[in-house]
Write a protein that binds this ligand. Structure first.
Ligand code: ADP
Ligand code: MG
Length: 159
């Protein structure tokens, strides 16, 4: 598995959404994958998911609108799961909510507070958000095939 680390900086929430949209569009074309999101409260995880989900045709306003929801399942092709573990305690019973079934199900699962999974699923992509300033975030990501990703960005830029 390719494990190169890449880093970018976004200068607004819109830029983070745009990054999410690009990554969603890219990963949607590939095999089932889990995207593990890390970063403190307000770092930009949900903002990223809004863009990512838009790549599946899901309106941003549907993302994170009910904060008590742990797993939101969308019947898209491929299926999309937005999982937010924020409300779970430090030692959550992931088996109880059937989380591993979603993650291994052949869809694309995006997980906020992925550190609570305990372990990163095999072949997962990780995206780590860090606060740099009011509107600036560092976005560090790993687990994406660098060659394919670079080619994809060149293709989308042409459009
Ligand atoms: P999390 O899900 O990590 O707790 P949210 O995405 O819910 O974070 O909140 C991020 C907040 O920071 C939003 O209010 C968003 O508008 C704001 N923000 C400002 N700049 C950025 C940026 N560059 N990227 C993401 N969010 C940003
Ligand atoms: Mg969030």
């Amino acid at each position: 598995m390719d494990n190169d680390r890449r880093v970018t900086v976004t200068n607004s929430a819109e830029e983070t959404e745009e990054f999410g949209f690009k990554l969603g569009t890219f990963l949607k074309k590939g095999k089932a994958v889990t995207v593990c999101l890390y970063g403190e409260l307000g770092a930009g995880k949900t903002t990223f998911v809004k863009g990512f989900a838009a790549a599946f045709g899901i309106p941003g306003r549907e993302i994170g609108s009910a904060s008590f929801v742990i797993v939101a399942e969308y019947e898209t092709v491929p299926p999309f799961y937005h999982i937010d573990l924020y409300r779970l305690g430090d030692e959550p019973c992931l088996e109880d909510i059937g989380l591993w079934e979603y993650i291994g199900s052949g869809g694309i699962a995006v997980v906020e507070w992925a550190e609570k999974l305990g372990e990163m699923p095999e072949g997962a992509v990780s995206v780590n958000f860090e606060y740099l300033g009011e509107d600036r975030r560092q976005v560090l990501f790993t687990g994406i095939d660098g060659t394919d990703w670079d080619r994809f960005l060149q293709e989308t830029r042409k459009k």
